[in-house]
Design a protein around this ligand. Structure first.
Ligand code: CP
Length: 315
């Protein structure tokens, strides 16, 4: 049987990405339906989350599915020593799709190999966050009208930030030029730079962050310094407030430049920017609902044609 898990978007072709964007557009038109009536989605969150879990759960609920799961592994039998493998096999007895966030890199891939039930990776350590990337791609497409030939500036924690790793890999089909802006300590890891070389992805690295450095951006993708991934908290303290986007820094920005941030924001974007037309991060988070509806349906074998022909829409 075909495994319909989503572990990384690197597995997806350009056609598949555009197909999922079209499906998400259908859900944006009509998010309330009963197309998943009778289905059960399990959300297993071994790490904290606000947006990813709530938007996945909202996505399932708005499509008529029911949701089971946990938000804190301390309330599960993993505290008694139950392995991830056994947990996944158990939950597979109950649910049609499993949405999992885990602190270990590779946990989603591993889970997808021990069950025929589709696994949707909601973030695995510092590795990948493909559902975030789908909503990022959707946000870029909706604001720029294309994914092709864009200048994408990634700012902040490029070492531990799984969202930038996922986005970089998914954009390989679309001839982007990346600008990596980070302190040296949080630079894009070598493995992702090698990935760029292998796939002819252009990139430039910067440590300066000012209005001139970002003037050429179509997308300015800000990220939080990932405190939870540091083994040395002194190092975190040294780098945590290095890059704060201030309103005056947008003076030279392109008219249609959009600021994205996977959120939560800590101290990367000053609040005065929230009302600026370049700010798009709250709409970006909203897009997570539609894209996650598309991902859940796709994992269950529901096609774009099924969605277009769907008669269960609730106005
Ligand atoms: N963007 C994101 O993953 O947010 P949460 O950690 O709140 O889910």
């Amino acid at each position: 049987m075909e495994n319909r898990s989503l572990v990384t978007l690197a597995d997806h072709s350009k056609e598949k990405i555009m197909y999922l964007i079209r499906m998400a557009q259908e859900f944006e038109k009509h998010p309330n339906r009963k197309i998943l009536n009778g289905k059960i989605a399990a959300t297993l969150f071994f790490e904290p989350s606000t947006r990813t879990r709530l938007s996945f759960e909202t996505a399932a609920n708005r499509l008529g599915a029911r949701v089971i799961g946990f938000t804190d592994p301390k309330v599960t039998s993993s505290t008694k020593g139950e392995t991830l493998k056994d947990t996944i096999i158990m939950v597979s007895n109950y649910a049609d799709v499993i949405i999992m966030r885990h602190y270990l890199e590779g946990a989603a891939r591993y889970a997808s190999e021990v069950t025929p039930v589709p696994i949707l990776n909601a973030g695995d350590g510092a590795n990948q966050h493909p559902s975030q990337t789908m909503l990022d791609l959707y946000s870029i497409y909706q604001t720029q009208g294309t994914l092709e030939n864009l200048n994408i500036y990634l700012v902040g924690d490029l070492k531990y930030g799984r969202t930038v790793h996922s986005l970089l890999m998914a954009m390989r089909h679309f001839n982007p030029t990346f600008h990596f802006i980070s302190p040296k300590e949080l630079a894009m890891p070598e493995v992702y730079k090698q990935y760029c070389h292998k796939h002819n992805i252009k990139y430039v690295e910067h440590t300066d962050f000012n209005e001139d450095t970002i003037a050429g951006a179509d997308i300015l993708y800000m990220t939080r310094v990932q405190r939870e991934r540091f083994t040395d908290l002194m190092e975190y303290e040294r780098v945590k407030d290095r890059y704060l986007l201030k309103l005056h820094m947008l003076r030279k920005a392109k008219n249609n430049m959009k600021i994205l941030h996977p959120l939560p924001r800590v101290n990367e974007i000053e609040y005065a920017i929230d009302d600026d037309p370049h700010a798009y991060y709250f709409e970006q988070a909203r897009n997570g609902l539609f894209t996650r509806q598309a991902l859940i349906c796709d994992s269950l074998g529901i096609t774009l044609d099924d969605v277009i022909a769907d008669t269960t829409i609730i106005e």
